[in-house]
Write a protein that binds this ligand. Sequence first.
Ligand SMILES: O=C(O)c1cccc(C(=O)CC[C@H]2O[C@@H](n3cnc4c(=O)[nH]cnc43)[C@H](O)[C@@H]2O)c1
Length: 224
Amino acid sequence: MTTSAVRVLVATAVPAERDAVARALDLPGVDVIAAGVGPALAAASTATALTRAALAGTPYGLAVSTGIAGGFAPHAPVGSLVVADEITAADLGAETPDGFLPVTELGFGTVTHRPPETLVRDVVSATGAHPGAVLTVSTVTGTAARAAELRARHPRALAEAMEGFGVAEAAAAHGTPVLELRAISNPVGPRDRAAWRIGDALAALTEAFGKLAPVLESWQPHDR
Ligand SMILES: O=C(O)c1cccc(C(=O)CC[C@H]2O[C@@H](n3cnc4c(=O)[nH]cnc43)[C@H](O)[C@@H]2O)c1
């Protein structure tokens, strides 16, 4: 028996990232959208796309959050790739005199989604991406102190970006597996926007998705 490829929704934040991915991924059944910046808009856009496809009788079997990201030095240098084995909302919770409490410790919701292990392994093999935790933040880190605080709370964190958890929440609501792949454009730390290597990171993203095409074409949800 032959199995057909699952439909894949790839969500970037901005059009430049969408175009970098689309340059390498021209496959039937793969849609690449610019879903907006930040977890809320990413979740809304992703949920809308997933719902539309489901109502049309052509549901997606995988949602991918991707784009550029900040990397935690020295683990994820500029120009490298990171694939999330854990997508964690790093600032969803409450500040207390004793430190940060995630919403889960307040008795609500979830702060982590885990992509399928086999898919993460396949992405590592195909692209050379480093596997680790990718944090989702609503505020880009701008100081060394905040970077150190995040790493202390999440010792496995390799990168931070602003959309992964939103895409993952939307995917989870549809029972759809999720993946997050990031190309590092800047170190997480003191703000120096002029030093962001956006062009290099977008080129790395295009190269990665070129290598990923056969992985996405052959992946099946039961491989989870
Ligand atoms: O100005 C441009 O040409 C341009 C091209 C592509 C992308 C951008 C963005 O500004 C994307 C914003 C997007 O990037 C992620 N990101 C990148 N670095 C970090 C970081 O250090 N901390 C958190 N997020 C980061 C994030 O997902 C943003 O949505 C501009």
